[in-house]
Design a protein around this ligand. Structure first.
Ligand SMILES: [Zn+2]
Length: 423
């Protein structure tokens, strides 16, 4: 089995190298924005979409032209790769997977990629790495790079520089260490509830740091903009953001590693996180309802990283020989696992499930997880992964998680309506 994996290390550049990397990242951002502007102007003039090859010729002209001679100082492959990124952004837009590409801003996710492995040299014995036009760079050798190097991406996060080395290698087809199956219900009060009754407490790293973040932001607003004290205050805020991100990533990685090692089949709800966290405010023509409550929910969803949770489960299970099954979310919180009765009245409160037909009682999240597992078994029996089987458009149209606190019958939707066979 072919396994692609990225290994990320902190770089320890000297002053000149750090300056160079900032310049290279800036040059790539410039090329991306310049190409996007050209693409837009060309489209407005009625021209056809400019493909990558034609755009690369423009890049050569910019590098050799008199207006931007400094582009010549940057390595050419990363610049070309910036054009490839734009091209892919357009392809994703054409395929309706993504929104229209936007201009890149300075200071946000500064990065550039060396796509050619022949130009990258790794000298682990001396803890150094060679990159074109940067020379030998020291890095924090925290673990071994496994496999053959495919490319290297340099990025800046909170003032620190990192390199992510993508590799490819052949591994033995994995054999799952366990044969158990589990259903997971993700929620607000508990981050993840398992069908066996265990659960993961919510992380809410953002909530925890929110007070401090607000204090820092107030302190920054009192400073004169672009003064050195303002810059210091800004850097402090950025460091806190990085810290929040690190805490969250660590939590998610530990949770998903444990789950994927202990279970061979994991069933989750096919939630459309993008829909759920869509702006609650709405547009000026269609103002959103219940904005306050919804933006609070959005914040929690984004804070806990549900999408990232699912992504990590997916690839870690694949590495361990397991399987992730995403099932349609309708009625998982309203169906009785004992008798199968579906009613919104089964769930009187957010936490408690009590079947109105047979009197079965259980924690509502555990019931959700049990239903998800049962549905996952049915999907697996049909040999079809529901999440992959549907095209992007249909997936986007699929309903979002319904978790009413009060009982309403109208929200209930028959499963047949979403066109899932075998349910
Ligand atoms: Zn029942």
């Amino acid at each position: 089995m072919r396994r692609l994996q990225a290994f990320k290390y902190e770089l320890r550049p000297n002053g000149e190298q750090a300056r160079q990397m900032r310049r290279f990242a800036g040059a790539c951002r410039f090329v991306f924005n310049q190409a996007l502007a050209l693409q837009k102007a060309n489209h407005e003039a009625g021209g056809q979409f400019i493909g990558y090859v034609a755009m690369a010729k423009h890049l050569t002209a910019w590098r050799n032209g008199s207006e931007t001679p400094w582009l010549k100082d940057a390595p050419v492959h990363p610049l070309q790769h910036a054009l490839k990124n734009l091209d892919r952004a357009y392809q994703n837009f054409f395929a309706q997977r993504m929104a229209f590409p936007r201009f890149k801003k300075k200071g946000k996710r500064e990065s550039f990629r060396y796509p050619d492995p022949k130009q990258i040299k790794l000298d682990r014995a001396n803890g150094r790495l060679f990159l074109p036009k940067l020379g030998w760079l020291r890095y924090r050798d925290s673990r071994e790079v496994l496999g053959t190097v495919k490319n290297a991406t340099v990025s800046c996060i909170g003032g620190k520089w990192f390199v992510s080395i993508q590799t490819e290698r052949e591994v033995e087809p994995p054999v799952p260490a366990s044969s158990s199956a589990i259903g997971i219900d993700v929620g607000i009060a508990r981050f993840a509830t398992m069908s066996d009754g265990s659960y993961l407490a919510p992380l809410n790293s953002f909530r925890k740091h929110e007070a401090r973040l607000r204090r820092y932001q107030r302190a920054m607003s009192r400073k004169v903009k672009f003064s050195s004290n303002w810059k210091k205050a800004k850097a402090r805020i950025q460091r806190l953001h990085v810290r929040i991100g690190n805490v969250r990533r660590d939590y998610l990685h530990q949770a998903t590693s444990a789950i994927s090692q202990n279970h061979a089949m994991v069933c989750i709800e096919d939630l459309q996180v993008r829909n759920m966290s869509k702006s609650a405010v709405g547009s000026s023509e269609q103002p959103g309802k219940n904005v306050r409550a919804k933006s609070g929910l959005n914040k929690v969803i984004l804070d806990q990283g549900w999408f990232e949770f699912r992504r990590q489960l997916d690839y870690k299970l694949a590495w361990n020989g397991g399987l992730l099954i995403a099932v349609p979310p309708q009625n998982t919180s309203r169906t009785c696992p004992a008798c199968g009765h579906v009613s919104a009245y089964n769930r009187r409160t957010q936490a408690k499930f009590a079947c109105v037909a047979c009197g079965y009682e259980e924690n509502a999240d555990v019931v959700g997880a049990m239903n998800i597992l049962a549905r996952g078994h049915r999907v697996a029996a049909c040999g079809e992964a529901v999440s992959q089987a549907r095209p992007a458009r249909a997936r986007r149209a699929a309903s979002v998680k319904q978790e009413p606190t009060e009982a309403t019958e109208s929200g209930a939707m028959p499963l047949r309506a979403v066109g899932i066979p075998c349910l």
